[in-house]
Write a protein that binds this ligand. Structure first.
Ligand code: HEC
Length: 339
């Protein structure tokens, strides 16, 4: 009797050990496949615009305004006030997409377990939905022997969680900390449309001392096709669909086909099956990402106003922003005395 229970005990310990190892293996595979997704496919396409007509001869001004009107890429759609969670249709119209961008997400929709806000609009709203805002996000990590390590749950600290145990905190050892402010998304559909070759040409014309680097990134919805990044503080995405799916995961904890794995809470698995997350992944079908493609450009301002409005110190102007405004500035009438 005694002998038999010892054997059982050994078997049990063995089984637990096996499961733990198996589990670690699964995690490392998941991590690997995640890293794999962010590898771009190699050479970027030129996307040379001369393939079409000469851009200068048929260029028209992009529509501008803080007015919640479509940029023309998609129809305006049913009156905004008539839309609700039951009748809204993703991608049907500007107003539908705006409704989705403004919608408050709940745990049942996939919110969390860790997240930063319940709606895209919480951070992108000034003067209208899609604008920049004062909301900043915390990133952290540490240096060890000159090498940078991310915080346990990645550099982005999700400041909120659906359960008190899961709220991420920065440990004292992670001494590298920085805030990144919410960027503007108005007019970004036009930025997405800029050809790689145009960005390179703008860079090459810049004086050597201020020349930025063109960051090559994968377009996730196009099987990792390479493109020059242009969205986010590090130009980390080249398409709004990729960025928006990224934001659904990293700002709201909502997984989708492009980002199917839930974030950890400081390295701890808290996704579906852990008891903290009732919704299986992917939590969203990935159809909710279209608003930023359809927004008008912010109206022109005198230069001083523009800097005030976007809160960007002039020094931070990178190739990305230079490119973003280059088209803008080239055709802008100069008033006397203006540099
Ligand atoms: C908690 C605040 C916050 C929320 C909520 C949020 N964002 Fe953002 N968004 C940011 C910040 C901060 C950046 C810049 C990120 C960076 O580069 O580090 C950004 C950048 C972007 C950009 C790139 C704009 C550019 O040109 O650089 C897009 C597109 C975007 N967000 C879409 C969305 C969508 C769609 C949602 C909703 C799913 C969303 N965001 C929710 C804070 C937020």
């Amino acid at each position: 009797m005694h002998h038999r229970s010892t054997v059982l005990m050994i078997l049990l310990v063995g089984l637990i050990g096996f499961l733990v190892l198996q589990n670690q293996n699964v995690f490392s595979q998941a991590r690997q496949s995640r890293a794999e997704r962010f590898r771009h496919s190699g050479v970027i396409w030129d996307e040379d615009r001369s393939a079409g007509s000469d851009p200068r001869s048929d260029a028209t001004e992009a529509p501008t305004g803080f007015d919640n009107l479509t940029n023309g890429f998609i129809e305006q759609g049913p009156p905004y006030e008539t839309l609700n969670a039951d009748n809204v249709v993703a991608r049907r119209s500007f107003n539908d997409n705006r409704f989705i961008f403004e919608e408050f997400e709940t745990i049942q929709d996939g919110l969390g377990p860790t997240y930063n806000a319940q709606s895209c609009r919480e951070c992108h709203q000034n003067v209208v939905t899609g604008g920049a805002s004062q909301v900043a996000e915390l990133r952290s990590g540490r240096l060890e022997n000159g090498q940078f390590f991310e915080s346990l749950g990645g550099t982005l600290i999700q400041s909120r969680a659906t359960h008190p145990d899961l709220v991420e905190r920065v440990i004292p050892e992670d001494a590298i900390r920085t805030f990144r402010i919410s960027t503007n998304t108005l007019g970004n559909g036009f930025v997405e449309a800029i050809a790689n070759s145009t960005l390179l040409a703008i860079r090459d014309k810049q004086p050597a001392e201020m020349r930025g680097s063109a960051v090559i990134v994968p377009v996730l919805e196009a099987n990792g096709t390479s493109r020059i990044g242009r969205f986010g503080w590090k130009s980390q995405h080249a398409s709004l669909e990729s960025f928006s799916a990224d934001a659904y995961l990293n700002e709201m904890g909502i997984t989708s086909p492009l980002f199917p794995e839930e974030n950890t809470s400081s390295g701890r698995y808290v996704g579906f099956g852990s008891g903290y997350d009732p919704v299986a992944d992917p939590e969203d079908d990935g159809e909710d990402v279209w608003h930023s493609l359809t927004l008008c450009v912010p109206p022109r301002h005198r230069r001083a106003d523009r800097f005030q409005m976007t809160c960007l110190p002039v020094k931070r102007y990178s190739i990305k922003l230079a490119a973003r405004f280059a088209i803008h500035l080239r055709s802008r009438p100069r008033s006397p005395g203006q540099k």
